[in-house]
Write a protein that binds this ligand. Sequence first.
Ligand code: HEC
Length: 125
Amino acid sequence: MFQKKPLQAIAVALFSIMVMSGNAYAQDAQRGEVLFKKRCKGCHRLTDAMKTGPGLLGVTKIRDDEWLNKWLKNPKEMIRSGDPVAVALKAKYKKTMRTLKAMQDEGARSDIIAFLKKNDAENGK
Ligand code: HEC
């Protein structure tokens, strides 16, 4: 079948990849939600209301993945390195988010980012 209809086979393969990556993305967001409740909720709401830190609704629209990834890994280091957004956040909130052990794992960071994106999408951001 693959030899006779190569285009069809490619289409099927591409479609499967799309479906699988869609599912993987949903799973990432689900894991991210669990992590968020454990590690972030104490300081952040998922609305735009302030807690200890700023509300995170819409954050994936104002910061890109790379910035979020670096921030989650080590906020202090980002401020120290002079990242203008991080420096401005510190000036605004007068405190600095801790470097979290749970965020030293690349997969955990991308799960959290997937969850924040889902939260934004579901709330029209
Ligand atoms: C102990 C409190 C605390 C915890 C726990 C915490 N944060 Fe924060 N976070 C802050 C504060 C305070 C800021 C404000 C900026 C600063 O630190 O200088 C902040 C800033 C941020 C920002 C930047 C917001 C913006 O407007 O760009 C993001 C994103 C963020 N936190 C995500 C998270 C995530 C995700 C977690 C969980 C893995 C988390 N934070 C855990 C206190 C916390």
